[in-house]
Design a protein around this ligand. Structure first.
Ligand SMILES: Nc1nc2c(ncn2[C@@H]2O[C@H](COP(=O)(O)OP(=O)(O)OP(=O)(O)O)[C@@H](O)[C@H]2O)c(=O)[nH]1
Length: 437
């Protein structure tokens, strides 16, 4: 009997021990399992995304993002991207290249809020833009609106039988009204007078050919209008500057769209921290075209965001970094100083390849005043003339180039994503003159 009781007690004790061991093993598994996939999970790399986002990896990542850029990770908008760099910063010593940039970009805990960038990786691009080449021709119809003031008006005058003094005055005022500028107008009128004297009687075709020559001479056919969007062994850096509302953010998005379509990887820097909507707008472009967007908190230091964006581009091995700056009144000295600072800060990491001044072509002579002041603050390397679809004053191209000594490289021809064209002198002049009669 005593033996039976002993056996029963031992059996109960064994069951208890087995139960305890199994229970603790189960608890251990539950704790380790779902937290993070490992130190490589940057959250900026589709292959190492957090478990929650792993299912969101876009299967058809853009070919434009292939070379060293973060693969397209479709993230829902909202707070998730903001949380990620901060989380990563907390993983001290986490190895893996993709993790490091986020650690460096994100400030130490308790750091100033202005130093905290937000990096939004692109969604898989859904849109394929029309090719850049030939856009200016495709959009001739829109440009042709300007021919009333410039091309058509001049052609009517020059092919008329009576080219008297009054007619020449009309030629002059037509050029001035079209914003060609005083000096260029005087040169053109002199040249046209000379040629009509030599030519004598003129047909409409003669007048057109003569005017085309003179306009081309003023617009310039030998300037280097190429956009420097690549650099050896580093990303090309482009700063986009200008006064409020000229179309800087839209232009950044349109350029990024073109570059990604050509197979380049692009980082967008939302250094317009004055207006939260501007960063949202840029981020939307980034999401649409497949570019990573780096942004900072509203009211933060724009130079810091520009710095972070360039760093991000370098770390990712991106081809191009486009930094959108806030619109600033050229009359505000403090804001112009801030622009110089943005450039100085960027240059600490990389040379700046292009500083694009975005001018609204509908603002006429005021655009020239802006151009002058901006050139003093930062060396402008190229001009983007936007809203050419809304002006009858194509002459601004001539005036701006003369004023700045830098070429117009791009023109905006509408609000649509493909309404940006590389500036081509001949196509532009032909569009001003319209179809031959
Ligand atoms: N018609 C036309 N509208 C344009 C063109 N480019 C830009 N816009 C419009 O101009 C408005 C201002 O464009 P944004 O890109 O927000 O201008 P911004 O310079 O970034 O503005 P701020 O950040 O406030 O300085 C928007 O409604 C654009 O759609 C263009 O070439 N043609």
């Amino acid at each position: 009997m005593e033996l039976v009781i002993l056996i029963v007690l031992i059996a109960v004790a064994l069951v208890g021990v087995v139960g305890l061991v199994a229970g603790s093993a189960l608890r251990g598994r539950t704790r380790r399992g779902p937290i993070r996939p490992g130190p490589d999970s940057s959250g900026l790399d589709a292959g190492a995304a957090s478990p929650g986002s792993a299912t969101e990896v876009a299967p058809g990542a853009s070919p434009g993002l292939a070379a060293g850029a973060p693969p397209a990770v479709a993230r829902p908008g909202g707070p998730e991207p903001a949380a990620e760099p901060a989380e990563l910063a907390g993983q001290a010593g986490a190895p893996g290249g993709a993790t490091e940039p986020a650690e460096e970009i994100a400030p130490a805990a308790g750091g100033a809020v202005t130093a905290e960038p937000e990096i939004v990786s692109p969604r898989a691009p859904l849109e394929v833009p029309a090719p850049a080449m030939g856009r200016i021709v495709r959009l001739r119809a829109r440009l042709a609106r300007s021919q009333n003031a410039l091309g058509r008006g001049l052609l009517a005058l020059l092919s008329g039988d009576n080219l008297d003094e009054e007619a020449w005055e009309d030629v002059e005022s037509t050029l001035l009204v079209a914003d060609v500028g005083v000096a260029a107008t005087a040169e053109m009128v002199d040249a046209l007078r000379e040629r009509t004297k030599v030519l004598g009687a003129r047909t409409a075709a003669d007048a057109r050919a003569m005017l085309r020559d003179e306009l081309l001479a003023q617009v310039g056919t030998s300037m280097d209008r190429s956009l420097r969007t690549s650099a050896p062994d580093r990303p090309a850096i482009l700063l986009v500057v200008g006064v409020n509302g000229t179309g800087k953010t839209t232009t950044c998005g349109k350029i990024a769209r073109l570059l990604v379509a050509e197979g380049r990887s692009v980082v967008l820097g939302a250094a317009d921290t004055f207006r939260a909507a501007a960063a949202d707008q840029l981020e939307t472009w980034g999401g649409r075209v497949g570019a990573t967007t780096v942004r900072g908190p509203e009211g933060g230091d724009p130079a810091s965001v520009a710095f972070d964006a360039v760093k991000r581009g370098i770390d990712d091995g991106a081809d191009t970094v486009l930094v959108d700056t806030a619109g600033r009144l050229h009359t505000k000295v403090g804001l112009m100083d801030e622009l110089s600072k943005i450039k100085r800060v960027v240059v600490k990491q990389s040379p700046v390849d292009e500083v694009l001044l975005v001018l609204d072509s509908t603002t006429g002579q005021n655009a020239l005043t802006q151009a002058r002041v901006f050139t003093e603050a930062v060396d402008i390397t190229g001009v983007v003339l936007t809203k050419m679809d809304g002006t009858a004053k194509g002459g601004i191209v001539i005036a701006v180039q003369r004023e700045l000594g830098v070429p117009v490289k791009l023109i905006g021809l509408g609000e649509g994503p493909d309404d940006l064209a590389p500036f081509e002198a001949e196509a532009f002049v032909d569009a001003l003159l319209g179809e031959p009669a």
